[in-house]
Structure formats: structure tokens, C-alpha cells
Design a protein around this ligand. Sequence first.
Ligand code: KIV
Ligand code: ZN
Length: 584
Amino acid sequence: MESNDFPTLSTPQGPVPADAPHWNRQRSSAMPSHRYRSVHDRVDLPLTGRRWPEARLERAPLWVPVDLRDGNQSLAEPMDTVRKRRMFDLLVAMGFKEIEVAYPSASQTDFDFVRHLATSGAVPDDVTVSVFTPAKPDLIDRTFEAIEGLPHALVHLYTPTAPTWRDVVLHRSRAEILSLIHESATQMDRLAAARPGADIRFEFSPEVFILTEPDFILEICNSVTELWDASPDRPVVHNLPATVEVATPNIYADQIEYAHRNLDRRDSVILSVHPHNDRGTGVACAELAVLAGAQRVEGCLFGNGERTGNVDLVTLALNLHAQGVDPMIDFSDIDTVRETVSECIKLPVHPRHPYGGDLVYTAFSGTHQDAISKGLAHHAERTDDLWEVPYLPIDPKDVGRTYEAVIRVNSQSGKGGIAHLLHTNYGLDLPQTMRADFSAIVQRATDASGTEFSPQQLWDHFRTTYLEPGTRGRITVTSLTTEEIATDKHRVTCTLSADGAAPTTYEGLGNGPLSAFTAALAQAGIEVDIRGYTEHSTTTGPDSPAIAYVQCRIGDTLWWGAGQDTSVLTASVRAVVAAVNRAG
Ligand code: KIV
Ligand code: ZN
């Protein structure tokens, strides 16, 4: 059957490739993919004997948030000083120790913000402020003007180095680019030397590193290392950006490992990476780059940044946390972090964003809920506190979430999740077979409404389905007394009104009060066979209400009823009456 609901789409009509297996019938499409070249045709990869696949992530790299520079440059409405300050304070509170704060020569706001930091005492002594500058003499001067008075500063010089940028944008040869960089690096050195007391270090970024010839990268970076006379005490940062992500993360890892193994004065170079997320693999690129030798990662909280964003530092850091590695950054109140970022950048965080989205610790699916519910119960009994709860990669409490939102109920949900919510919110511990009974009722309601059910709605449904018929319906019990007339022999005297008739008193005998009550019901012509019975208190303490669940055969059908009261007997009688009234 052909669908013509989407006239703007042209379903692929081309041939199925001759070598396609029989289970893959995809056809060649009209997408103009021939216009793009593989990264292998665009850049050499001289790495041999790669080592990164064997490496492990065992410690946090130096995280450098660039929210206030790269992130800010991507905003339709860049942050003003107030919002920038709020973001800066957040980053400091979270524990970041090197923060790129501005592109001071690009705008008065950015310049003023650096001046604000330099004069307001907002920068703790152990935090280094980084500022970004292009390789232009007047702009470098202006950048140094901005950082006057800051105790620790990193001046970050960048120049595009890839062939297309050299040829099309800058119209400069490799040699010309190199000398441009040398001139700027020399100017920076001179300006820093003129401030002997200040701790000013340098960073260099060959913009579009990933498409730049590896030998040119080494030539530039090694000569800059030498020019700045980098030493272990005063290392330079070489930051190798995936300015526009073009390849799978293994390629970036190869490129980083090649630099790691071939850069001069390696102990005097901090190897940094700066992934963007154009292919959606920014996080993977950063992780593999760290395996390949990177020691420092630039990115933004929740992946804000130009186009698809900079690499997301929240995901990266919490990925380490989830592997048992201290991220060295505090995420214990992720919602405050998320809300502050959103306020500052005026953009929302997706509800499915790893670790920070609203829905990321929530299961709607019945099988998942069941597993989580069992996993949480199992976890509560553990003594080692190790986290092994199915479907929850980390304990939501680590990031300041509660378990409340973990299980939410809609038409996809099952009995385990529903029982879990009634248990955690209302103290009910439904018998297994009653869970299935109630879940079918809830599913009919959620299927009909197409919406989610809150714990309150579940409770309301439970109450109207199983509890209320115990006091309202075809029969009502107006009085009831019990006596133990001998060992294991009980008498119940109760007054019932059935189907609106005048109340009548009946008596029944049984080996317990409940069986005596069903005998009294039989006297009234109501045959009830109790097949299952459970009760428990819903809170702790002597006056805590009891809830009783009773499954009765009435006619040919099994019916559940429930009753709640501080007296167990009253709760049980109400549960039986509820089952009878539900049977109709
Ligand atoms: O993406 C990039 O290349 C950058 C700089 C580090 C130049 O933001
Ligand atoms: Zn960038």
C-alpha cells in the first residue's frame, strides 16, 4: 500500500543494492549524498599502532566550561553582565577551576564582564579565568587590557588552520598562517612579560584542527610551545578543536593520540580537546580523546553552543561518576544547575537530556517499572550501598532527585509500577493477584483517557473501586457484634440492609469472626466464599489504620474488596461487603 500523506517526501525508489542481504530491502534514495566527501579523503591520519582502545577512563580531566564564551557566542541574545555573573557563580559553586569567561575584544559587554570579575572579588584565588582572542594585534592589546588585575589568567589565542579556511576565508598560505600565529604569540609573550607579578598563561587553538594536516598542526603547536618557552611549571595549553564535527569519534581519537605522541615538550603541554556536536557524537569524541591522551576538556553545561552545541560537560562528568570515577564537580542538585543554566541562556534543557532532563529517571513501561521496583527494594536491603538497580544508570538521589518521579503510570504501565506507587505514596501493599486486577482497571482508564495517572489519581481509583463499595452499595452493615463463644468458635450478630429493604438482623457462627460474618450473610441469602485474605497497617503506631484485602468467590466470579479502619475486624468486614457490592 502506498502512502500519499506526505507529498513532500519521495520514498526511495532506486534499486536495492545488488549485494544487499535478503533481510535488508532498503532502496537507493534521491538524497544528494554524493556532494560530501569522506573524512578519509579530506585529511591524513598518520597514526599507527593506536593505543587508545586499550586505555581506561580512570580520572577526571580538567574541565573547562566555555559557556560564557563559545556558549554565549551562540545565543541570539547574549548574556548581559547579570546573567554572566550568575553563570560564573554557578560554575564556581560547582567546582570548576578554569573558566573561559569572555571574548573581551568582541563586545563591550564581554570586556566589561572581565573588568567586573577583575574588580569585584568574584574570582576565588584557586580559579583561573580564561579569555579568548583572535590573532589580531589590536584585539590582543584589548584582551590584555581586560585582564588587568586578575591574579590568574589564561589568554586563549586561536587561528583557523584548515585548508578551506586558509584558502577561502583567510587567503593565506601555510607559511603566512604560521607567521601570523608567531606574531600574535610573540605579542602575547611581550604583554605578559610587562606584568611580572601576574600569573598569565597561554592557550593556543588551531581552529578546525580536525581538518588540518597533522604535520602542520605539529609544526604550529611545537613552534608555539618553543616560542612561549613552555615548561612543566608554566605549561601551555594546546587545544585541538573539532570545530565542526566531521568524523566518527575513533577518527578524533586517532588525531588526538597522534598529537599526544608527537608534540614536543609533552610534559610542558596540557593537551586539551574542544568537541562540538554536529554529528551528535561530541560526548563520545571527548571520551575517546581522553583515552587517547587529552588532559583537559572544553565544553558547555547541557551542551549549549553554536549549531548543535559544544560537548556537554554534564554528561561527560556524570558518565565518569556512573563508572565509579569522581567527576570532581558537584552535581548534587542537578535541577538547580539546569534551571540556572536555562535562566541564563534562555533556552530549555530537553526532558530526555542525559542525567538532567525531567524524564531521565522515569519509567512508564510496565516491565521496567516492575524491575525498578524490585531493584529498589533489593537496594534497600543491601549493606554495601552499591548501585545495581535495573534501568537506572545512577541513583537519582545522587543528583538531588527523589524516587517519586521514577515510576509514573500511563497505559504502557503495569501492575508492578502501580503497586509501587500505591505503596510509596499511600502505604498499601497489594496482594499479588489483586495487583493484576487493579492494573487491568487502571489500564482501561488510562487507555481511554490517553493520559498519565498521578499517584493521587491511582489512589482515587483504588478507593472508588475497592474501598467505597464497603460502605455504599447493594448491602450495608449498620451494626455488628462478635463474641468468641468457645475456642475457635465465633458468633457474629449483624444488622444488614439489602437492596433498600428495612434493616434485618442475622446471626452466623464460624471458626473466626470473618467466617461467622459470611455465615450471617448466607442467612441473608448472600453466598460468599472467602478465597484470599491479607491485612496490614498503613502507617506505624498503635492507632494506625489497618487495610484488609479480601478475595471472594461470589457466584462464578472472583471479586476483590478492601476495607480500611483502625479496627482490623471492621476493615475486614468492609472488605467482604465491598466484594459483595462490587459483584452487584
Ligand atoms: O570550536 C572551535 O574551534 C572554537 C575555538 C577553540 C577556536 O571554539
Ligand atoms: Zn568551539
